[in-house]
Every structure is written in C-alpha cells, then in structure tokens.
Design a protein around this ligand. Sequence first.
Ligand SMILES: Nc1nc2c(c(=O)[nH]1)N=C([C@H](O)[C@H](O)COP(=O)(O)OP(=O)(O)OP(=O)(O)O)CN2
Ligand SMILES: [Zn+2]
Length: 120
Amino acid sequence: MEKHKVYLIKKSSFTAAHSHEGMLNEAQHTHTFHYEIKLCGFTNNEGFLTDFRIVEEDMNTLINKELKDKNLNIFLKDPTTEKLAVWIFRRLKDSYGKMLHCVTVYETPQSAVIYEGEDE
Ligand SMILES: Nc1nc2c(c(=O)[nH]1)N=C([C@H](O)[C@H](O)COP(=O)(O)OP(=O)(O)OP(=O)(O)O)CN2
Ligand SMILES: [Zn+2]
C-alpha cells in the first residue's frame, strides 16, 4: 500500500472578548476568531491521515468550549492573536504530537497569525 505525506487542514471559529493595555490600548470588545489547524503525516492503509470528524470534535472540546463567549484576558495576559495561536497550539499538542504542523488564527479576514511551535 502506497503511503503519501499529506497536510490536513480543519477550520473552526469562536466568538470571544478581549481588551489590551500597552501599545494596543483598547477597551474590551469582541471578535469572531476563525482559526485552522494543519496536521502533517503519512496516509494509513486506508488512505487517510486522520478522520476530519475526530479533529472537529477535538477542536470543539479542547478549544471552542473553553473559549466561546469568554473574556480572553482571563486565560491570557495580553491576549493578542499571537498569544492565542500559541495557546491553541499547546492545547492541541498533547493530542496530536508531531502531527501538529501549525495553527493559524484570524482576528479579522485580513489579519492572521501562524504558530508552528518551537521544538515543543
Ligand atoms: N499584531 C497584532 N496586532 C493587533 C492585535 C493583535 O492581536 N496582534 N490586536 C488588535 C486588536 O485586537 C484590535 O481590536 C483589532 O482591531 P480591528 O478593528 O479588528 O482591526 P483592523 O482595524 O486592523 O481590521 P481589518 O479589518 O483587519 O483592517 C490590534 N492589532
Ligand atoms: Zn481586538
């Protein structure tokens, strides 16, 4: 059975609030954060990397249920999109290990951050 190196992408979103001190300096406001996770690995004997539905369930359980309608300042000091990308990556790392390639978080359709981990 041929195995192929593939990248699998799954997207999701949640709405949450945050405020910024320092240079960004903004009172509390809400965004709908869209994010995607990218997995990398080799296809199995049945020709897939992992079931999209399992990834969706993990994103719902580990990320969306935790952050939906929350104030991100409770979870993160300085809850920038950069820090949110790191937070999401770390939450998923336990489940996906080396298969987790990167996490991309969109604060707006025009503004996003990609985090690929740092030998974590
Ligand atoms: N590097 C970062 N820059 C900014 C962040 C951040 O997390 N990382 N965050 C913000 C604020 O959250 C701000 O609320 C974003 O404002 P918004 O109006 O959504 O952004 P834009 O006006 O730039 O919207 P576009 O539609 O993308 O033009 C600010 N900066
Ligand atoms: Zn904001």
